[in-house]
Design a binder for this molecule. Sequence first.
Ligand code: KIV
Length: 258
Amino acid sequence: MKQQTITSIQAKKGKEPIVMITAYDALFAKLFAPHVDIILVGDSLNMVFAGRPDTLSASMDQMIYHTQAVCAGAPHSFILFDMPYGSYVDKEKALKNAIKAYKQTCADAVKLEGGAEKASIIAHLTQNGIAVCGHIGLMPQHVRGAGGYKVVKDKQKLLDDAKALEDAGVFALILEGVKADIAADVTASVDVPVIGIGAGKDVDGQVLVWSDMLGFFTDFQPKFVRRYLNGADLAQEALKQYAQDVRTKRFPSEDESY
Ligand code: KIV
């Protein structure tokens, strides 16, 4: 049985912050599962895992493959499937792909980026039994069209988008790259939980990309990321030691041999 459902997640609004993290494979999903409410198989995997410059080339097959791995590692976690760029351009395509995600993985819900302009597509999914999490504010799938990753400051548009998505039936919203005071107002304006990333503390929960918060990604550190581990440094140290042990024949020992 799943430890969280959309009902238990919604019941946390205003009471208990929701904890979300990304994962792309079984090993890390299993490690994260006891500590978080939601595991997001984000299309950020296209950058973190596949080494691409942005999320835009992620495909449905890629998202399904990684979600299956996460499901295997964390079968009791609430798992959110990120719909990749181009997979929800119209109602029919969105429903076909969301059904594919439901049929081929254990995902509990799908996430898609977009505000009021995507409301009719989201309504089509929710009316067909798909649980949808919206994603507004800074939308990484719009990076090329927007000319970069930019903090969003248009408060009225964010309020309108949040309301339109709530009316379309989303069970939750992700709010990314928004000034903290505006994020607080957006959060107060809807009944569904608002989970922030770079949106300050006055939201209903937080999400971070695992490789950012564990310090494995070190090319740059966005202002909103807190590193809870110096993963890259620790891994480099361990690898240096291993290489030295192999080269000096200190590994394996007798105890490590058959
Ligand atoms: O793809 C992802 O990891 C995301 C988070 C940044 C919210 O969408």
